[in-house]
Design a binder for this molecule. Structure first.
Ligand code: PRP
Length: 190
């Protein structure tokens, strides 16, 4: 993997979770999920993954390669932290929703859980479609003072209540391609 450009590295405060640690944990979650999906369904075409754009793209791309099932992916787009926001502006669905969820085993996947509004919103919409069951999976869960709106079924890492980017997570749509999960220098967030 190439070294990230200086224009990004200069903005990094410190690495919170290295790409190697992320990769090892994604492998663990992937294997656990694969076992659970095996147990769930005799009919592999009944499994639908619902990744939440855009932050989940890197996580889900790595995760699905641990799932050998014949499954569908239905992307959903939700925005809570538009542009330079570092506090939630309220989760809003953008564009269309995945279809053909009735009677399916649905797994909603996101990069990070903060207030939990995003995951709770998508879960409630999925439930309206009458799935057989719904599970939720996040790579990161922020340790915050208030309770989150939802308790995910699978969590990669509990992290401090800091604004983080990399491995799919952004600030103003930048830094998603950083391999590590990092905090940014204050100067980079002006
Ligand atoms: C981020 C992140 C989660 C959500 C978590 O999305 O990707 O989907 O916020 O926050 P919550 O638990 O407080 O709802 P964002 O709105 O930044 O969109 P993005 O994925 O396109 O970056």
């Amino acid at each position: 993997m190439p070294r990230p450009a200086l224009a990004m590295l200069n903005d990094v405060d410190r690495i919170l979770i290295s790409h190697d640690r992320i990769a090892a944990r994604v492998a663990e979650i992937g294997r656990a999920l694969a076992r659970d999906l095996d147990a769930l369904s005799e009919h592999p075409d009944e499994i639908v993954l619902v990744p939440i754009l855009t932050g989940a793209i890197v996580f889900v791309a790595d995760l699905i390669r641990y799932l050998p099932h014949k499954l569908r992916i239905g992307l959903v787009s939700v925005s809570s932290y538009p542009g330079r926001s570092i506090a939630s502006k309220g989760a809003l669905i953008r564009g269309s929703l995945p279809d053909r969820l009735a009677g399916k085993h649905v797994l909603i996947i996101d990069d990070i859980l903060d207030t939990g509004q995003t995951l709770a919103l998508v879960r409630s919409i999925v439930i309206e479609h009458g799935p057989a069951d719904v599970r939720t999976c996040v790579l990161l869960r922020k340790q915050r003072s208030g309770a989150a709106a939802i308790e995910p079924d699978y969590v990669g890492f509990d992290i401090p209540d800091r604004f983080v980017v990399g491995y799919g997570l952004d600030y103003n749509d930048y830094y998603r391609n950083l391999p590590d999960l990092v905090t940014l220098r204050a100067e980079a967030m002006r």
